[in-house]
Design a protein around this ligand. Sequence first.
Ligand SMILES: C[S@@+](CC[C@H](N)C(=O)[O-])C[C@H]1O[C@@H](n2cnc3c(N)ncnc32)[C@H](O)[C@@H]1O
Length: 333
Amino acid sequence: MTPSGSFSRLYSTAQVGAIVDALSRRAEFPYEMTYLGDGSEMWRDGEAPSNPAHASMLADLDTLLTRHAEQLLALAPLSTPVQIVDLGPGTTRPVRGLIRHLLDGARLAGYRAIDISAELLELAGENLRTDFPDHAAGFELCRGDFTGPDLARALAADDTPAHGGADPVRFVILAGGTLYNFPDPAQVLRHVRRAMDDRDVLLLTLRIDTGVDRPPFMDQVSVGGPHKPQQLAGLDLLAIDRSWYVTETGFDRSRSEVFVRARFLEPVAVTFDVGPEQRTVSFEPGDTVLVWRYLYHDGAAVAEQLKRCGLQVRLFEHGRDSQVVLVAATPAR
Ligand SMILES: C[S@@+](CC[C@H](N)C(=O)[O-])C[C@H]1O[C@@H](n2cnc3c(N)ncnc32)[C@H](O)[C@@H]1O
């Protein structure tokens, strides 16, 4: 079989190659690729969950940057303007309060976002124009992958004259747990750290393991357990029928990761056009493909990982729900 028609329209040859590599080398559909096309709609719908506990946790995540704006500003030299560099802005929901705060205090030097999804950038632009009609024209929204060379572009020095004479400090934001969806978050952190200036501040918002309210499937894999529609969007694009597999939600203790995977009930072979070449990925009944992962670290492990990646934690604030945290870190000296 071959992927659906929208698959080849959606992804560049390099992205198809990356998907085939991830499927064949680590039996995974890279989750970041599901934010493109219809996956962006599914993700946006998931921002308004029907489960009240989940809705309240998301609302908490979305307000952390705004609630702690003054503490974040205290990490920058007095009166220095701040440029926001938003890595994976989604709909920009978590950063708009911070932008408002900086504008109100005449401290915003600029806003730049980089996202892999053209559809989410479109949504981000609409939301920014609605909330900041007088400023959004100067905001920069770039399509790209911040885990690769595009990051250097997003963090390139600004050529525009410095705001009020002082060089801005940059708040580099990775909000909404995005970091912990990658197979190797430490590699992404090191990449971001290398592109940062010494004065930049990295801001993360995450859900962490506090030992309470742990997901019920941590002790035993739940077949058909909780998963979101967008977590299956990649397999849909490959034209893999949902009746050909069961989903499993569980916890990989060796990696401290919560995961959703598909376990095939039928043999499946998908042939891809990767430029002029054809590549086939095959699965037998019983084989699995990972479709979503989230590193479920406690606070100490979050700080330890940042330290190993050359970053020093400067602020660690819990939300109203203690599982939700804002972490600010600066390059270690
Ligand atoms: C979990 S959402 C978070 C969105 C937003 N920061 C928030 O907190 O609501 C992840 C976002 O990062 C983007 N993204 C994921 N991986 C990316 C990558 N490698 N390069 C650029 N954008 C990426 C997705 O398209 C999506 O907009």
